[in-house]
Design a protein around this ligand. Structure first.
Ligand code: UDX
Length: 442
């Protein structure tokens, strides 16, 4: 099938490369000419495991090409995916200007029957506006349907999630559009047997916002439990593990820590809350989810303060800057705000991240950067762990302790076992678990 993808950001580019991998002919379009040139050379503009290989495979096979020409997307695709950005306005509302602009340009160039599918995360009722916009602009005999086909990919696992989804959701009132999208995804549906959920436009849009808002709620819920654990000496890790054994709850997304970040969860919670207000129903639960999430950063800084007393003049090693492992994405990364706050309070922050350092440098003028995790810890009064990169788990604890000026660790991602860290000679504070310290000498 001929497929166009408008917007080659994280979602768009992964979708384009994955659909080409499945054998479709794909055109990726973006009005950022520099980005188009980068992709055309087979380079990905961001870090995403497995994407570069898929991109090169598609380009080499001639099944994938990129262009800055949006009208071409409408002429080429039997399905045109809208994957443009929907950034947050200061009010929390999703800014849908790019969605409208793309809809207008596509409408003018439509040829033959085309399915226009929203893949960007958008508030409920956006599809109705997309349809109206196209109807107003397109030639009277243009044949098209609008569908919502949200993605559920996680950064760092985006290729895997796209090719092995838990479900494919299609919202449309048109049987013809639904059949076309089913045919598009047939290679995935046949191989994985994943559910193909067919519903109306508004329901599909809501499924996406409701899913991400629920994930954020789970994280904030366990973080609120973590605070109660700290006051009572309980262990949030054990609480979460036992809660997760109940199939009605499930074990995923119950990791307490410094809170959720990234390009999706914070934006989607804010946009969903705003939409609920606009609809007159409100969603104060989500306000609390956001409040709990933002308070994690302050809680973490307090723990660092407890470890070193005054922050001024203290050397703080920071491991991890990305909002989560396996990505260089710093959007809403708790580590960035935490590092800035520590610097503002006079601490000397020395940061290390396996992939996100180049992107961090322009954001953290006051920090310095070390080429390895151990070098970042050299002479540190405290080590603050902000992202649970796998390489940190394998660190030589003896060398780490010897490198540091004081053996104090504040772990915002609960990566290590507290008693084991105490045995290794560290005072080890984490989130929602008792602080462990080496037994006093004789
Ligand atoms: C998310 C959704 O998972 C995905 O379905 C959607 O399409 C896009 O948004 P992503 O932003 O890549 O994906 O990150 P995700 O893996 O969901 O993690 C989000 C944040 O929650 C991260 O900052 C992570 O560190 C945090 N998190 C996650 C926790 O703090 N605890 C957990 O138990 C799980």
């Amino acid at each position: 099938m001929r497929v166009s993808i408008v917007g080659t950001g994280h979602v768009g580019l992964v979708t384009a490369a994955s659909l080409a991998h499945l054998g479709h002919e794909v055109l990726g379009v973006d009005d950022d000419a520099e980005k188009v040139a980068t992709i055309a050379r087979g380079e990905t503009p961001f870090h995403e495991p497995g994407l570069q290989e898929l991109l090169r495979e598609g380009l080499d096979a001639g099944r994938l090409r990129v262009s800055p020409d949006v009208p071409e997307a409408a002429r080429f695709g039997e399905v045109v995916f809208i994957c443009v950005g929907t950034p947050t306005k200061p009010t929390g509302e999703a800014n849908l200007v790019q969605v409208e602009r793309v809809s207008t340009v596509i409408a003018r160039a439509l040829e033959g029957y085309t399915v226009i599918a929203e893949k960007s995360t958008v508030p409920v009722e956006t599809g109705v506006w997309v349809r109206r916009t196209i109807e107003l602009t397109a030639a009277p005999d243009a044949e098209f349907d609008v569908a919502s086909n949200p993605e559920f990919l996680r950064e760092g696992r985006a290729v895997h999630d796209t090719l092995n989804p838990d479900r494919i959701v299609v919202g449309t009132s048109s049987a013809r559009a639904m059949e076309r999208l089913r045919e598009l995804y047939a290679p995935i549906l046949d191989r994985t047997g994943c559910p193909f959920v067919v519903t109306d436009l508004a329901t599909a849009e809501l499924i996406k916002h409701a899913s991400n808002a629920f994930l954020a709620t789970k994280v904030s819920f366990i973080n609120a439990i973590a605070d109660i654990c700290e006051r009572t000496g309980a262990d949030v890790h054990e609480v979460a593990r036992a809660m997760g054994l109940d199939p009605r709850i499930g074990p995923a997304f119950l990791g307490a820590g410094i809170g959720y970040g990234g390009a999706c969860l914070p934006k989607d919670v804010a946009a969903f809350r705003h939409k609920a207000d606009e609809l007159g129903v409100g969603f104060p639960l989500l306000e609390e989810v956001e409040r709990v999430n933002m308070a994690r950063r302050e809680r973490f800084i307090e723990k660092i303060r407890s470890a070193v007393w005054n922050l001024e003049g203290k050397r703080i090693a920071m491991w991890g800057l990305a909002f989560k492992p396996d990505t260089d994405d710093l959007r809403n990364a708790p580590a960035i705000e935490i590092a800035r706050r520590l610097s503002e309070e006079g601490a000397d922050v020395v940061a290390y991240d396996p992939v996100a350092m180049p992107a961090s440098k322009p954001l953290l003028f006051a920090a310095t950067f070390a080429p390895t995790a151990l070098e970042a810890a050299q002479g540190a009064d405290c080590l603050a762990i902000c992202t649970e990169w796998e390489e940190f788990r394998g660190v030589d604890l003896e060398r780490l302790r010897d490198a540091m000026a004081r053996p104090a660790i504040v772990d915002g991602r609960n990566m290590f076992d507290p008693p084991a860290m105490a045995d290794a000679g560290f005072t080890y504070a984490s989130m929602g678990r008792p602080t462990a310290a080496p037994a006093p000498g004789p």
